[in-house]
Design a protein around this ligand. Sequence first.
Ligand SMILES: Nc1ncnc2c1ncn2[C@@H]1O[C@@H]2COP(=O)(O)O[C@H]2[C@H]1O
Length: 627
Amino acid sequence: MACLFRSFGRRRVVIRKGHVAQRFYFVFSGSVCVTIDDDEHSAFVKPTTLLRRGDHFGELAFIRGLRRAATVVCLERTELLSVEREDFFSAKIDVSFNADMERRVALLKEHHVFSTWPVDVVKQVAEESILQDYNSDEVIIRDSSKMHCIVFVTKGQCNVLRLLDLSDCKEYIDHALKYRMGKIKEDGSTIYNPFVDDISVSSVVLRGLPPRSESPEENSTATSSVKRVREKAKSAPPNTNPGSHQSEMITSRPVTKGILHLGSSKRKSPRGLVSFQDKHRELPGLEVEVLQPSENPPRSLKPSGSLHQINEKEERFHEKRAVDENVGVGVYMMVDRLRPGQCFGAWSLLELEDQCLPAAEKANSPSQQNERDLTSHNKKSIKRQTKEDKLRDRRFTLVSAGCEVVKVAKEVFFKYSDAETLDKLKQLTTTYPKDSFLCQKYLQQSDWRTYRENVVDNVVVRHIARLETAKGSARLHKVRSSPVPSPLGSVKMWPSINSKWEYFPDAGWESAQVNAPAVDAGTSRPHSSDCSAINPSSRGRSPSSRKQSPYATPRGSPIPLPSPASKSSEKLLPLVKNDLVLAQGSQRALVLTHGGSRSNNYQLQIERRIIDKNDFRKNNQLLNRVK
Ligand SMILES: Nc1ncnc2c1ncn2[C@@H]1O[C@@H]2COP(=O)(O)O[C@H]2[C@H]1O
């Protein structure tokens, strides 16, 4: 069989609907769009199917003995392998196509939605659908709001992701602002330096997500989101402290501890303004940027390196550049995992339902009735809510976790659907959580992850390093230096004076008031700065002699803890299995379940546990569980 290698530019029409068929094609590289319209422009506006490397097209006309059923246009520079009609039949490609078709028919017939359809109709649909295999992490559908097919999962699994615009989430903004205020208080300073290591989000750029669009419709959304951002920035709460400059342009590290982190940019301007946008990236990663509203309070002159040196001109430049780049604050959240028998993209059903609603009913729908009575402000929020509720308006991304899918064009599907089918499809259509809920989830998970990593880096690794130094077998341990890279919470490694500190002594919870600068240098208590690694079974025993209890302090009375200053003279307990690592003021414990510093085996299994202190006091259940 002879194949002809051909290369076409973007927008080149390879097949036109209604023409006589001459060749059949394989996609060697690039991608093509199929539209069942005669007009090739529809391929870009409402494509029926998108075909990429390894896919084929142009077989239907040969097999059916009819004219071309669709128009196929190159989406980009595309390389194709074409097979002439004679070769198609002499190489018996039609036979393998028929077998493939049979398979599609069988797969669709097995599917709950098609189970009641007559075989010839299923065949009809199968002919016009495509069966595709996807490897793990391949994007199946990038934007659900623009998809023109329904994806039926026939094998494996795929994940539904939602790109969460954090700048639109009240919870995120509140959290970031709260953290910022806390940070200012903690520092005892009102000056915020963006170049210091522990900087966190202090004000959030309220900015739309990076545009993916080529269509004017999407561009307009992007522009309006920039406007929205500006409005939000302008309406940001004014700085109550005259010395502080909340509204300054601030550099922040990206929140790199999201649920699905797809990379972050390293690009950084000399002034440290970070842009996380990368036009070439398939999916943007977590994107965080902070920026000030343009109306700033008057500035005072500050030493070099601080924000306050940025003059108005520079600032405008940065802001403008940031607006130009349309940097976003976003994170992908997984909202669903689809398995065989499930489908994706059937939200048009809702559209159909809307269209079917009698006009009178629509006019008197409660939301609209209420809307009329509300103030313009409330109107806006209701509209936003309604929009969020409508799945078809929300963008989801479908990413393979290794799967096989059948894509059926919506037009084709609805052409043959009856009420029963629509009902079945509706049952399969999941309503995904709202963004506010996802945002809360994101904050919780990010917080936990940051916390966990901080404890491992700063508690366990340091503890081990100190032990080894004490033993004279010091090796270089890599301890990540930045303890607080995230605005989403931090762990205090050093209890400050008058702070509360909690741990597990033998018989339950104790609280300790840190009120003395130093303790007995000979104590064998684990170092307080390590948030304490305290083994319930081995507690109170020093590495050499674990028999004497150093925790002789009567229960309930304040227990003096070592201060940071006393660390050099302290003996440290090795971390051993079942140690509980607790952080100040936290209700979570990290449980060391494998290895320990004694064996130089630092493998940790960290579990999240919410500890009910009162319960614990009573029956010590947690300890039993840990054992
Ligand atoms: N939904 C669809 N309807 C028709 N053709 C499609 C569809 N999806 C992909 N195609 C391909 O587009 C090709 C157009 O030419 P053919 O009809 O020869 O074969 C067709 C199929 O290979």
